[in-house]
Each structure stands twice: as C-alpha cells, then as structure tokens.
Design a protein around this ligand. Structure first.
Ligand SMILES: NC(=O)c1ccc[n+]([C@@H]2O[C@H](COP(=O)([O-])OP(=O)(O)OC[C@H]3O[C@@H](n4cnc5c(N)ncnc54)[C@H](O)[C@@H]3O)[C@@H](O)[C@H]2O)c1
Length: 264
C-alpha cells in the first residue's frame, strides 16, 4: 500500500462536515484550515464577523469547502439558530471542534461575579450546547461522529503557570470541559460518538498577546516549557485533526496535552 493510500484511509476527511467554533482566530482558525485541507466541508463559527470573512479568504481553494456563521456562544438562542442553519445547509454534522473561549484573569477574593458567569456561559455552557446539538444530528443520522473540545493545561493543573496568575473562572471552566468530555464520551459511546479534548500549553495566538508582544515576557514564559518555546496554532490543529479522523477510532474520553512537556 502506498503512503498516500494509508494517509487517505486514516486522515482524509472527505465527505465529512465539520463545525469549528472560534474559527476567526488562533487555534480555531488553524484547525478549520487544516480540516478543510484534509477534505472536509467546514462551518466556521465566531462572533467576529470581520475575522470570519478574512478566514474564508485564507481557506478558499483548499480541498474542502468553507462556510461562515456568526454566533454568540453566550446566547442559547444564537447557538440553537446557527446549528439549525448548519444542519439545513450542510445536511448534518460529523465533526465538532469547540475552540472558542474567553479568558479574564483576576484575584478570586475580588473577582466580579458577572464576569465569572459570562466566562462560564461561553467556555462551558456554550460548549455543552454545541456538543448536544451536534450529537443530536449525529444520532439522528446514525452515523456516529467525533467531538474535540479545546481545554487547557489550566484545566488539568493550577500550579503549572505559577503564582501570580489568578484566573478562577477560566480554570473552573476548563476543568469542567475536561470532565464533561469524559462524561459525554461515556454517555454517547453506544451511538459511536467519540468525545475527546486537547489541552494546549502556551500557543502563539491573540489570547496570549500580552506575553508574546513583550520579548522578555515571552522568553521567560518559554523558559518554563521543556521544549523551550510557544506552540504554533497548527501544532494544536494537527492533534485535533488526528482525533477527528479514523486514525483515532479507539480514542474517546481523553484529554491530550499539547504543551511542549509542561505537564510532563
Ligand atoms: N493561546 C493559548 O496559549 C491557549 C492555551 C491553552 C488553551 N487555549 C484555548 O484554545 C482555544 C482557542 O484560543 P486561542 O488561543 O485560539 O484564542 P483566540 O483569542 O485567538 O481565539 C478565540 C476565538 O473565540 C472567539 N470567541 C470568544 N468568545 C466568543 C463568543 N461569545 N461567541 C463566539 N465566539 C467567541 C473569539 O472571537 C476568537 O476568534 C480556547 O479555548 C483557549 O482557552 C489557548
């Protein structure tokens, strides 16, 4: 068997429809691009309309097809309307990547409760709603599917980024994503829906611009990583693409750190 045939059998996403949230930027954008290169029809979701337009232009000409949908993941109505639209336009969902999230740091003793609720709404409740709407489409068609949630090393460890990085809502939400991933994987295994997560460490995206815009801070942060650098968004995207496809057919309920050895 030729290398290309083996890769085609295990990595190709031709004929699949993938939904990617947070697709206007960073890890979501890199993942949408890769899934489309691997042949999927990809629905790009974000609240950033301009970013979505720019993403569509980047992706044009790849093997698959790309469509964009504006959504606010803090709103149940917005999420339900967009998923209904996708199912109608694309005929169903085979793959869901939940990459969108927000991150508002602050000390726990003074942390604003409205901000807490907003972060939990987007990072956990919005993600859960997306998972179940995608699962309904997969179950209805009886075809199974693959869901990949973007968690964080901050959902697996609080000590990893050191003291002085108080971030209660983000860490609670990401810890919730890790255990929700396990719960949904077990609940939906009979329907052949695999649910996994990735836990990135430091990744060069706008979310951590406060670190990468300052060379001294970037160097000090990279120093904590055994591989000695920030990841590029595509390096997370490749692990997500693997989990999405047939190569990972026996993997479910897992959170895979993609962190350059931070948690090792
Ligand atoms: N960058 C890192 O170092 C890092 C580390 C660990 C985990 N992560 C996780 O990776 C994922 C992607 O983050 P990123 O680094 O690519 O960040 P990013 O800021 O580049 O992208 C996040 C995207 O989510 C979208 N978004 C946020 N709130 C939304 C809402 N309410 N509705 C719709 N869209 C919304 C934003 O518009 C943006 O396009 C997140 O889940 C983040 O927690 C990132």
């Amino acid at each position: 068997m030729r290398v290309a045939d083996v890769l085609e059998a295990r990595l190709s996403l031709s004929g699949k429809t993938a939904v990617v949230t947070g697709a206007a930027s960073g890890i979501g954008l890199a993942t949408a691009r890769l899934l489309c290169q691997l042949g999927a029809q990809v629905a790009l979701l974000d609240r950033n309309q301009e970013g979505l337009q720019a993403a569509l232009e980047q992706i044009a000409g790849f093997a698959g097809r790309a469509l964009s949908f504006e959504v606010d993941l803090s709103s149940t109505d917005s999420i339900e309307a967009v998923f209904a639209d996708i199912v109608e336009q694309c005929g169903g969902i085979d793959i869901l990547v939940n990459s969108a999230a927000m991150n508002v740091a602050g000390a726990s003793v003074d942390y604003d409760l409205d901000t807490w609720q907003c972060v939990l709404n987007v990072n956990l409740t919005g993600l859960f709603l997306g998972c179940r709407l995608a699962a309904r489409s997969m179950i209805e068609r009886g075809v199974g599917g693959s869901i990949i949630n973007v968690a964080s090393v901050g959902g697996l460890s609080a000590g990893i980024t050191g003291r002085g990085n108080a971030n209660p809502s983000y860490r609670a939400s990401k810890g919730g994503v890790v255990n929700l991933t396990r719960a949904l994987a077990v609940e939906w295994a009979p329907q052949k829906i695999r649910v996994n997560a990735v836990a990135p460490g430091y990744v060069r995206t706008p979310m951590v611009a406060r670190l990468t815009n300052d060379p001294a801070r970037e160097a000090a942060t990279a120093e904590k990583v055994p591989l000695g650098r920030f990841a590029e968004p595509e390096e997370i995207g490749w692990v997500i693409a693997f989990l999405a496809g047939e190569g990972a057919s026996m993997v479910t309920g897992q959170t895979v750190p993609v962190d350059g050895g931070l948690l090792a």
